[in-house]
Write a protein of this length. Structure first.
Length: 433
C-alpha cells in the first residue's frame, strides 16, 4: 500500500467512547513510520495507530495539543515474512484506567510499554467520529508499506482478540473469516483476502482508494506467500531497492560484489516453483541459494558460486562455480521460471514457459545445512536490473499475469503452466495443503 491510502467520511458514531479495530498486516519495510489508521482533525487533534520509525507499535490519541491516551510497545516488530494480527480496543467507560486502551498482537494482549498514558473516564477519541478517517496513512502521508487484510471496525462494542482470530490445531493464530460481531453505525469490514474496499459488514460503509495503486494479491493470513526478504541479503548493496510488497527488485549497483536477496520462505524438501519477469534484464541473475551462503557478508563472483548459489545469467547457468552450459539469453520483459526440486537435489530453469537445457535438471549443491530459497540479483558489470517476482500471488509488480497457466496444486497463480508435482512456496504448500 506504499503511497496508497483509503478514506471514508464517517457519520456520527454509535459511541465515541467504545470501539474496536482489527487489522492483519504484513510489513514490507522497517525503520520508518507506517500508519495503519488515523483521524487528522488539525495539528492539535489527531489519532493514529502505527509502527514507529523504531518499529514499535504506537497508538496515540492527541487532543487539544496533548495526549489523552497513548501506548508505545517495548516490543519491536520487524518480521517481514508473516502477518501480524493487531486489535486495538478503546473503552473509556471501563472503571479501570489501565483497561481503557488495550492492544493485542496475534491473540495476546500487549502489557509492556515504554509509554503508557491512560485516558480519562468517558474520554472520546478523534478516530471513529464524523469526518474523514483514513486507513493506511495519516491524512495522505506516512503510508503503510506492505499488505493489509481483514480490516474490521466495531463501533460501539469492545471486543478482545478472540472475536477476530483463533488458534488452529498447530497452535497458529488464524483469522476468523466472518466474526460474530455487531458493527454499529460506522462499523465496516474491508480487504477480506483481496483488494476490495467494499464493506462486507452489511452497513455499506465502502471506502475510497486515494493516490497510488491498491494491488490485489493472494498473499493473505490464510495462505502466506514468499516475498523478497529485505532482511536477508549479502553484497555491498547501496543502490538496490524493493517495492510492491517486496516483489519487485530494482538495482543500479556498481560495486565489485554481487548483491543477492533471498525469498522470505525457504524449504529443505519438496518441489517449488516461482517466476521472475526481467523488465530491465541488464545483468539479471535469478536462481536459488542456501542459508549457509546467506550468513556471509559479501562475495565476489567465484565465491558466490562455490558457496552454493545456482543462477541463470546472460544465457548461462552456473551451479557451484561450474558453468552448466549456454542457454537462451534473457531479454527485457522475459519471464524466467525456476523449479527447485529439493527431493532430488535438482533445479530447472524455464524461459517464457519453455524448459531450458533440454529439460535436464542441474544438480543442487548438497553441502548447505539449512534451507534453500529463491534468490535474485544483478551482475556488477551490467548493474541496472528490474526484476518482478511472482511467487504465486498472481502479479508482476502491479500487473496481473496475462493468462494464468495450469497449477494442479491450486496454490498460486502463475503466467505459465506449473511443472507437474511443483507448487508455490507458501504456507499451504509447506503444510501440504
Amino acid at each position: 500500500m506504499a503511497s496508497t491510502y483509503l478514506s471514508r467520511t464517517f457519520s456520527t458514531p454509535t459511541s465515541g467512547t467504545t470501539w474496536t479495530i482489527n487489522f492483519w498486516v504484513k510489513k514490507s519495510s522497517n525503520g520508518s513510520a507506517l500508519n495503519l489508521c488515523s483521524r487528522l482533525v488539525d495539528g492539535s487533534n489527531e489519532d493514529r495507530i502505527r509502527f514507529t520509525s523504531g518499529d514499535a507499535l504506537e497508538w496515540s490519541v492527541y487532543k487539544s495539543g496533548g495526549y489523552a491516551g497513548r501506548l508505545v510497545t517495548n516490543r519491536l516488530f520487524r518480521d517481514n515474512s508473516a502477518f501480524y494480527n493487531i486489535v486495538c480496543v478503546w473503552d473509556t467507560t471501563n472503571g479501570t484506567a489501565g483497561d481503557r486502551m488495550r492492544m493485542y498482537v496475534n491473540g495476546v494482549e500487549e502489557t509492556s510499554f515504554s509509554t503508557d498514558t491512560n485516558p480519562s473516564l468517558n474520554e472520546t477519541s478523534n478516530f471513529n467520529t464524523s469526518g474523514t478517517n483514513y486507513i493506511g496513512s495519516v491524512g495522505a502521508g506516512e503510508y503503510f508499506n506492505g499488505i493489509m487484510s481483514h480490516v474490521h471496525l466495531i463501533d460501539g462494542t469492545a471486543y478482545d482478540a478472540s472475536a477476530f482470530g483463533e488458534y488452529d490445531a498447530n497452535g497458529v493464530w488464524k483469522a476468523k473469516t466472518f466474526p460474530s460481531v455487531t458493527y454499529g453505525t460506522n462499523g465496516f469490514f474491508i480487504l477480506k483476502d483481496s483488494a476490495s474496499v467494499t464493506d462486507q459488514s452489511g452497513n455499506g460503509n465502502n471506502f475510497t482508494v486515494g493516490g497510488g495503486t491498491l494491488t490485489d494479491t493472494l498473499d493473505c493470513p490464510a495462505n502466506v506467500f514468499a516475498t523478497i526478504n529485505p532482511l536477508q541479503w549479502n553484497g555491498n548493496i547501496t543502490n538496490a531497492s524493493l517495492s510492491n510488497g517486496n516483489t519487485t527488485y530494482t538495482s543500479s549497483e556498481t560495486g565489485s560484489q554481487y548483491s543477492w536477496f533471498y525469498s522470505t520462505l525457504g524449504a529443505t524438501s519438496g518441489k517449488w516453483y516461482a517466476e521472475f519477469k526481467c523488465v530491465d534484464s541488464g545483468g539479471a541473475m535469478i536462481g536459488i541459494g542456501g542459508n549457509d551462503f546467506a550468513t556471509s557478508s559479501y562475495f565476489t563472483a567465484n565465491a558466490i558460486n562455490s558457496d552454493g548459489i545456482g543462477y541463470y545469467y546472460n544465457g548461462s547457468v552456473f551451479v557451484k562455480d561450474v558453468n552448466q552450459g549456454s542457454l537462451t539469453a534473457i531479454n527485457n520483459n522475459d519471464i524466467v521460471g525456476v523449479a527447485m526440486d529439493l527431493d532430488n537435489s535438482l533445479v530447472y530453469w524455464y524461459l517464457n514457459g519453455s524448459v531450458q537445457n533440454s529439460g535436464t535438471g542441474m544438480s543442487i549443491p548438497t553441502s548447505n545445512t539449512g534451507f534453500y530459497h529463491f534468490v535474485v540479483s544483478d551482475a556488477s558489470s551490467t548493474p541496472t536490473a528490474t526484476i518482478q517476482a511472482n511467487f504465486g500471488n498472481g502479479y508482476f509488480g502491479t500487473t496481473p499475469v496475462a493468462s494464468a497457466g495450469t497449477n494442479a496444486s491450486g496454490n498460486g497463480i502463475f503466467e505459465y503452466d506449473v511443472p507437474t508435482g511443483y507448487t508455490a512456496l507458501c504456507t499451504k504448500g509447506l503444510n501440504g495443503e
